[in-house]
Design a protein around this ligand. Structure first.
Ligand SMILES: N[C@@H](CCC(=O)N[C@@H](CS)C(=O)NCC(=O)O)C(=O)O
Length: 204
């Protein structure tokens, strides 16, 4: 059985939604990041960086990083593009979300990762939020005339949804992003998304 280590409202929400939609029985292990549960020696054996998500596989091996976990779940549960080029595009989007969009947000949320001098924090936060907002606009553009990020529903969609939620949480003018907002509305109608949002106390 798969075990998902996740935290409310975190980027692990993508894997959480996919597992809920899979219909397969899995073990959800909720972590309290504010209490530092991700930094306990026990958890650091599962995820050496002390982050979520982590996915424990049926044989006990642990996968970390959305860039690995999401393709794994997508292929296992048939929510991954089959076509060679579409698959390459999926990797491209996951890379963009994990390596650009998420770190931009981290500059706002975790400035202490980027400077020891606290006086630098306001500038780091301001630029991080600005970059994050710019990336959200790019995501809005990618959804123009499309229902989902790929040709059909895939793991890209729950992952894309995470950053919409964060945009709302940061008070960005998300309704201005028409395609992204319509996408969020489509996602919100999915039963598993409602279930996960209830569990993770997401209200947007
Ligand atoms: N590159 C990682 C990022 C994981 C990550 O930063 N997770 C955050 C939550 S969104 C976390 O666990 N933060 C806890 C901490 O930094 O202490 C991935 O995509 O899996």
């Amino acid at each position: 059985m798969l075990t998902l280590y996740y935290a409310p409202g975190a980027c692990s929400m993508a894997a959480h939604i996919i597992l809920e939609e899979s219909g397969e029985t899995y073990e959800p292990r909720k972590m309290d990041l504010a209490k530092g549960e991700q930094k306990t020696p026990e958890y650091m054996k599962i995820h050496p960086m002390g982050r979520v998500p982590a996915l424990k596989l049926d044989d006990g091996e642990c996968l970390t990083e959305n860039t690995a976990i999401l393709p794994y779940l997508g292929k296992r549960f048939n929510v991954w593009p089959a076509d060679l080029k579409a698959e390459a595009r999926a990797h491209s989007l996951i890379g963009f979300l994990a390596a650009s969009v998420h770190p931009a947000h981290a500059h706002f949320n975790r400035p202490e990762r980027y400077a020891t001098d606290q006086a630098a924090f306001p500038a780091i936060k301001e630029q991080g939020l600005k970059s994050f907002h710019g990336y959200l606009k790019e995501l809005d553009g990618k959804l123009a005339g499309k229902e989902w990020f790929s040709d059909k529903y895939s793991v890209l969609d729950p992952y894309g949804l995470v950053f919409y939620v964060w945009g709302v949480r940061r008070g960005l003018p998300m309704p201005e992003l028409k395609n992204y907002t319509a996408f969020k509305d489509r996602m919100a109608k999915r039963e598993a998304v409602g279930k996960v949002w209830e569990d993770e106390k997401v209200s947007i």
